[in-house]
Design a protein around this ligand. Sequence first.
Ligand SMILES: [Zn+2]
Length: 159
Amino acid sequence: MSESYTTGSSGNEQSASSIEGPRCFCDLRAISTTAFTDENWGRRFWGCVKYKDGGHCNYFAWRDPKMCAYGRRLIRQLREMHGQKLSEEISWESISGQLQKQNKNIEAIIAQHREEIDVMASQHRLAIEAMSNEQAAKIEAMTAQHRCETQVERKKAEV
Ligand SMILES: [Zn+2]
């Protein structure tokens, strides 16, 4: 077989549910692998189980019938769509990972400053209390003064 059968990332699919392969020249069950050549994109074939270790018997037999040009184009498109979707998922994962990291940073900053914020808030509260005490004292003083003036004027009127 002159065709090179390079395997992609999803190369060997030795699923238990798949039908048993024919026996290779080593008298072992051949395994199913998917070809990713231009001519036979996505077409499965049987190969020697020892293929990856070297020392294999060169057994080769197509598992799937030859795909027509239309079928090949369709499979290629599906693979491209799948790859695109995967890369979109990966970029989304990295974005949400970054956001989570940023959230953690913000939480850490808030935690770091929480004490400062608490101190500032209590200082602010004390300042407001002091101001309102001062204000209340002023009002009281003004009222007292007014009362005093009123009394003086009343006495003047009586005189
Ligand atoms: Zn073999």
